[in-house]
Design a protein around this ligand. Structure first.
Ligand SMILES: Cc1ncc(COP(=O)(O)O)c(C=O)c1O
Length: 464
């Protein structure tokens, strides 16, 4: 299409948009964003300034304009036992793009295919990418369900804002995600703990090299059927406390789900694996504050000094912690007296408070460190049995002789008989039959029941 034809079409579209009047749910921030960025993104040619003056408002992200083009070659769905996380993808993808002249394109569900990107585009140089992780489950009624998807959408809007990408309407995106999930329903394995992992992503596509916010972007969604995080049964994992590399810091971006938060973690993760630990435990500051484990939030359950109940503790959302959907759900459940009572957990005292490696050592030595567990969409809840802190004795100002000899994993028995302690290298946490302690197990059971639609709850959202 020539530029004149394209301008004529754009004028006609603009006139049509004006005739139809304003849409009820107008995303005014998109319009404001577009007008402030037009000058930066357009070439100064008379044609483009003419187009921008005709198009007073760019097109909004409109789910009713969804175009669906289904594949002519549907793939064979592997049996559940063959599924490997993030390695097989469904037949289709959802794509919608924004440019500051025309606004949002019509969203499209189309066969899964590679993206075509200009090599100059923002994401390839300045890491302007954000993503979400969600799961769709099949309920007993045969309908697909999402778990608290509005929380993912709000977090996505925040991540996009942090990178100064064009604002995105999470409610409109959620409508599209539900349509996509229904189309890909045959890919959701109908077996306990199996689901369809969804990866909504936004990338900056401004095709210029200047160090500048991207005023173009593309949203896309791909999906991968997946099985339980631990195919051979729930098994506690080991963590290595890391303080020489830092995941997030005050004023940084750890509170958003930006791609650039993850790549720097790969090297420490490899180093931890080489030392025999499964995940990194990110520590922060000279006081070695405990923050997150790998790409999961961390909880500890500490028996109260008077023995009357347990503290359920996680680090506060001070900008260095990702506000996890699972974290929020665990906090809400643990704070609910009926949940604790139904699960026979006694009194739980929920706290979002900073705590340190020194605290962990002292609780472990006192035999009060009842449980440590990671939470996140992928694993839901998984226990930790060992936390490496090789610098621990030095940082505590103790001599190696102060530490008891190294026990076998999970068998560090303290004076009062509890299986936790610190041997100078590792903090041992009590382990339980079946791989999870009572609090972790109750949380996991409840969340999975809601996710799989076995319990009706406002957190379980049916894709209709
Ligand atoms: C750094 C980090 N922390 C925590 C989480 C857990 O968040 P959610 O429960 O929303 O999956 C994730 C996963 O998204 C993560 O990447």
């Amino acid at each position: 299409m020539g530029i004149i034809q394209s301008m004529t079409r754009k004028r006609a579209d603009a006139a049509e948009t004006q005739r139809q009047g304003r849409k009820e749910k107008r995303n005014s921030s998109t319009a404001a964003f577009a007008s402030t960025n037009k000058a930066a993104s357009q070439s100064p040619s008379p044609q483009s300034s003419e187009v921008s003056s005709v198009l007073s408002e760019p097109q909004q992200l409109d789910p009713s304009k969804l175009k669906i083009r289904l594949t002519e070659n549907p793939k064979t769905v592997d049996p559940p036992e063959k599924l490997k996380f993030g390695q097989n993808f469904t037949d289709h993808m959802l794509v919608v793009s924004y440019d500051p002249v025309s606004g949002w394109s019509d969203p499209e569900i189309k066969p899964y295919e590679p993206l075509i990107l200009d090599p100059a585009c923002s994401v390839l140089h300045y890491c302007t990418t954000i993503f979400e992780g969600m799961k769709a489950y099949i309920g007993p009624d045969g309908k697909p369900r999402l778990f608290r998807p509005q929380m993912n959408m709000r977090r996505m809007e925040g991540s996009v804002a942090r990178l100064a990408l064009p604002p995105i309407d999470g409610d409109a995106i959620l409508e599209l995600i539900k349509r996509f999930v229904n189309i890909e329903k045959r890919w959701i394995p109908n077996a306990p703990d199996y689901s369809l992992y969804l990866r909504p992503t936004v990338i900056g596509t401004r095709p210029m090299l200047g160090v500048h916010a991207s005023d173009h972007c593309t949203f896309f969604l791909i999906a991968s059927p997946c099985g339980p995080y631990f195919p051979n049964g729930l098994r506690p994992v080991s963590l290595l406390g890391v303080s020489d590399h830092v995941r997030a810091w005050p004023g940084g971006t750890g509170g958003q789900k930006l791609g650039l938060n993850y790549a720097p973690g790969f090297l420490p993760q490899k180093a931890a694996a080489a030392r025999g630990y499964e995940q990194v435990l990110w520590l922060f500051g000279d006081e070695r504050r405990v923050t997150e484990a790998g790409a999961m939030n961390l909880f500890v359950v500490v028996q109260r000094e008077d023995g009357a109940g347990h503290d359920v503790l996680t680090a506060p959302l001070d900008g260095t912690i990702l506000p996890g959907v699972t974290r929020n759900s665990c906090l809400a459940l643990a704070a609910d007296a009926r949940f604790a009572e139904d699960a026979g957990l006694g009194r739980l005292y929920v706290k979002e408070e900073a705590y340190t490696m020194r605290d962990l050592v002292s609780w472990a030595r006192a035999g009060r460190l009842s449980e440590v567990f990671c939470v996140g969409t992928a694993a839901v809840v998984c226990a930790v049995n060992r936390i490496g802190w090789p610098e621990g004795l030095k940082e505590l100002g103790e001599e190696p002789a102060d530490a008891p000899p190294k026990p076998a994993p999970g068998e560090g028995v303290t004076e009062d008989g509890m299986k936790c302690g610190f041997d100078g290298t590792d903090i041992f946490v009590e382990t339980y039959e079946g791989g999870l302690g009572p609090v972790a197990r109750a949380l996991r059971t409840k969340i999975l029941r809601i996710q799989e639609g076995r319990e009706t709850h406002e957190w379980g959202v049916v894709c209709e």
